[in-house]
Design a binder for this molecule. Sequence first.
Ligand SMILES: [Zn+2]
Length: 620
Amino acid sequence: MSDSGDMFGDTPPEKPAEGDAADARPTAAELEAAGQNSMFGDLAPAPGPAPAPADPAAPALAPSSPEPAEAARPSRPEASQPYRVLARKYRPQTFSELIGQEPMVRTLANAIKRDRLAHAFLMTGVRGVGKTSTARLIAKALNCIGPDGQGGPTIDPCGTCEPCRAIAEGRHIDVIEMDAASHTGINDIREIIEAVRYAAVSARYKIYIIDEVHMLSTPAFNGLLKTLEEPPAHVKFLFATTEVDKLPVTVLSRTQRFDLRRISPEMLQQHFASVCRQEGVGAEDEALHLIAAAAEGSVRDGLSILDQAIAHADLDLDGPEQAPQVTASRVRDMLGLADKGAQRRLFACLLEGDAKGLLAALDDQYALGVEPLALMRTLLELTNRITVAQVGGSGADAPTAEERAVIDGWTGQLSPGQLHRLWQLLLKGYDEVRSAPDPLVAAQMALLRTLHAADLPDPGTLAKTLEDMAARAAANPAPSVAGADAPAPAARAIEWADLVRDLEQQSGQLHLASRLRMQVRPVSVAHGTLTYEQAPGFGDDLASDIRQGLFELTGERWQVERVETGGAPSLYEIEQAEQAAAEERLRAHPLVEATLAAFPDAVMLSEEDDAGAPPWSRRA
Ligand SMILES: [Zn+2]
């Protein structure tokens, strides 16, 4: 008798056949469903086969799922048994099955061993990390009497004794579960407060599990508080909440708090792999990785997605003898994710300058329903991962060996400068795609621009090259000056330039010098005489100012005459023309052409604009 009991008790998920048989008993199943429905209002699984995706991050799987899933179920080998959603079937029955919460379990084990249990526990954490599962496990731990009926509280509840089984099935009379989301008022709490006075019916402890406890109204909290202050020895409260900040500090201070951690994607992936094994379903590593990533730390959400994926896998079967296989491509379709492999190929086209391949890959992705914006985001992510992998030097973090290898390859090929430029180009492209009337066209343009810029040297090298070119340009000034329609005698212009410079530097007439540079087109400059044409657009009478200024500079009276035509370009015009010519030569260089094509918003800035600018250019 005890043998069979042990065998039965050891079943949990490892031996699904037996477990299923037991769980198929209508009363237990109904009870559990009832218990869990009240506790997991957000899971909302119609007892039907296909659970609605609880995860809002997976909206794209909505359209195709429910009906095919329903159609698929009957073809399953175990079709005769009532189907249970995985999140319930694989609810942990022991603390060792509770994944990712080892620190909490250790603390709890110590407290139980030393008989230092608080009267009230508070489980906090994001949805689906196992708060209510933990609460039930604690209830079992406290009330377990062991297979022989003699055991005390233990961190390893046997799972076979009547209290353990009753709690697992949600039918233990002394373990009361309440969802505070739907019982927020003082009257609901008053019932508890009344009942607390009576001893447990059959168990060691009377245990109240209150889920989403932060939803209680203030009067309800106040009512509860009195009981929490002086709880009868036989009563334990187990609270669970996603929003611990909303709990009154008076309540917080009377509970032992356990912060349940968000479960890492790696751990989730392992867990899902084990679930698949137990379900007799094959699964690609990448598929499980995708599901684990979409679950965002929640076992329950992940299992809901896995449920759907298995339903799809059933649907894909050709014959009844095959084992269903959860494939990455199916999961991607379900989750509305793009094919990583195709995206890597697109990325490769981008880096290798294969414009045709790039456009074809983009079209393929678009045809598959991948939004251009999502694609840009994926490329950004890829760039980020390569960059991070490069810094870390410890290999890429990727779900598949194939992807790791590819990313590692790029890590070796690309310089940090190239990666950062790639990031900026893609980020700019992302913004454009987001705001463009036609995202596909915008994505094409942005990616082509990125492609053309991708083989440029990194910005450091680029800057150096530009510097060298600028230096060369300065060493060989433009042979002819644009705008010099008159046969400007160069020598005279230089004399004029000397004169203006002397005005400025020797006699400090900065303002006059600036006006001369802007306005005066010298016709003839000789000792004591100046003939000039005024540059168009200026109306002020310069002559007397010039006379005055030159007198101050030279101590002599100058004859200054303004004429209508025949002037050489003003110093300012010469400067402008030289700059334009130099810029033109720079622009014509293939490297700069490519840069400007890549950064359409870029403006060529002369370094002199900041540093050694001739003073008139700013003062004029
Ligand atoms: Zn037990």
